[in-house]
Design a binder for this molecule. Structure first.
Ligand SMILES: O=C(O)[C@H]1O[C@H](OP(=O)(O)OP(=O)(O)OC[C@H]2O[C@@H](n3ccc(=O)[nH]c3=O)[C@H](O)[C@@H]2O)[C@H](O)[C@@H](O)[C@H]1O
Length: 387
């Protein structure tokens, strides 16, 4: 595991870490190829693999254990193992032990701490920085998407299928799989065979791969189609994040519009609502039916939209940010580039509502208010630099 230290240098979600040179890019690919499956999986999204198990204690969890206990400069040895075991320990009645990959990413961080708060055991791979999220970055670094979203997924499923007992798996898909679909709101049964970006194509491939492992090996699999997740500790490559940074710096921001000044809108979904959907998926997942690589019977296979059901034009997002930041943005309207962006997303969440009890409660203004409060305290009061 000590080989994982090099991951510090791997360019991750654009904006968090800058790629310095083509040498680094080559090194990234070479290094990823060498990683074990533990470090090979997703960033900016979660991939949760979990085993139902009896509780070992009824005492409440300490909510900050998950991240703090794993923050260490050494990723092997007895001390590290002890910390991993402590984090994995279940502390509530009927708790579950969850392997959260991408636990250092945006959604993974929030899901891990929510699990810890309710007493579940969590094992994070805090060094998991391989890049795969983001629609536009897929044009710059296509192979990172294939490595993480396809090869990483297959590696993980290979491991899970051979396990005895097999775990159930909930994993992050994306609203982008709807691609050029024009029927709104997007329902899980709508067509998803027209991806507009490589990112979307790799997520769609993940859904098909999930089908295969469910069919052949009896793995219980739940894919979650996230709709533009935002909030504190979010990804700097996302528009709401870098708009905030650039508005504060007095830099102009490009706001995309469709043909004939058509509205570009997103079903922005607040992180706390997404976390509730993730926990709902874990709590309702059935057991896998196979063991040791052999299927014993049909297993659960699900896909859910986790959106907000309330698309907001990007122009309105900017207006809300201006009000919250008390700074006027320098707006530059631009035609939607042909780089993978779609014009509109809108989730139908009735299936998730019925099956997971998923019910988003945060509107964009309320969510952005929380984000801006965090942003100002972290970057402005905390004097951290936002690149
Ligand atoms: O739901 C998803 O599955 C995806 O959500 C997110 O993608 P998007 O919805 O595209 O979010 P984001 O980039 O923040 O752009 C937001 C809006 O701003 C517009 N936009 C963007 C950049 C810009 O310079 N100007 C602009 O108007 C842009 O046209 C868009 O309308 C995740 O990044 C992705 O990983 C995936 O999870």
């Amino acid at each position: 595991m000590s080989s994982m230290k090099h991951i510090d240098n791997i360019p991750s979600t654009p904006g968090k870490f800058k790629e310095k040179s083509s040498y680094n890019r080559l090194r990234l690919h070479f290094s990823i190829a060498k990683l074990t499956f533990w470090s090979f999986v997703f960033l900016g999204l979660i991939f949760v693999c979990f085993f139902r198990s009896p509780s070992s204690s009824s005492s409440p969890a300490s909510s900050d254990l998950s991240r703090r206990s794993l923050r260490t400069s050494s990723y092997d040895g007895p001390a590290w193992e002890k910390r991993i075991k402590a984090s994995a320990k279940i502390r509530s009645r009927n708790g579950i032990s969850v392997l959260v990959t991408g636990a250092a990413g945006f959604v993974g961080t929030h899901v891990s701490s929510a699990l810890k708060r309710r007493g579940d055991g969590v094992v994070g791979h805090v060094m998991h920085l391989a890049a795969q999220a983001g629609v536009r970055y897929a044009m710059e670094n296509p192979s990172s998407y294939v490595h993480s979203n396809i090869a990483g997924l297959v590696n993980l499923l290979e491991f899970c299928k051979n396990a005895n007992p097999q775990p159930s798996i909930a994993w992050a898909s994306s609203s982008s799989v709807y691609g050029l679909n024009t029927k709104v709101p997007f329902s899980e049964s709508d067509r998803t065979d027209q991806p507009a970006s490589l990112y979307a194509a790799t997520k769609k491939a993940g859904e098909e791969i999930a089908h295969t492992y469910n069919h052949i090996y009896g793995l219980s699999l739940t894919g979650l189609r996230f709709f533009t997740v935002y909030g504190p500790w979010g990804r700097p490559d996302m528009a709401y994040f870098f708009f905030t940074r650039d508005i504060l710096k007095g830099k102009s921001i490009s706001i995309f519009e469709g043909a004939n000044h058509g509205t570009v809108a997103r079903d922005f979904t607040y992180i706390d609502d997404i976390v509730k959907g993730c926990l709902g998926a874990l709590d309702t997942a059935e057991k896998s039916t196979g063991s040791g690589g052999k299927k014993k019977g049909p297993a659960q296979l699900r896909v859910f939209n986790l959106g907000n059901t309330s698309p907001v034009p990007v122009l309105d997002l900017v207006t809300i940010l201006e009000r919250l930041l008390k700074v006027k943005a320098k707006r530059a309207l631009m035609k939607l580039p042909r780089n993978g962006d779609v014009q509109f997303t809108h989730a139908n969440i009735s299936f998730a509502q019925r099956e997971l009890g998923y019910k988003p409660t945060t509107d964009l203004h309320t969510g952005l208010k929380k984000f801006v409060r965090w942003y100002l305290s972290y970057y402005v009061d905390g004097k951290k630099s936002a690149q």
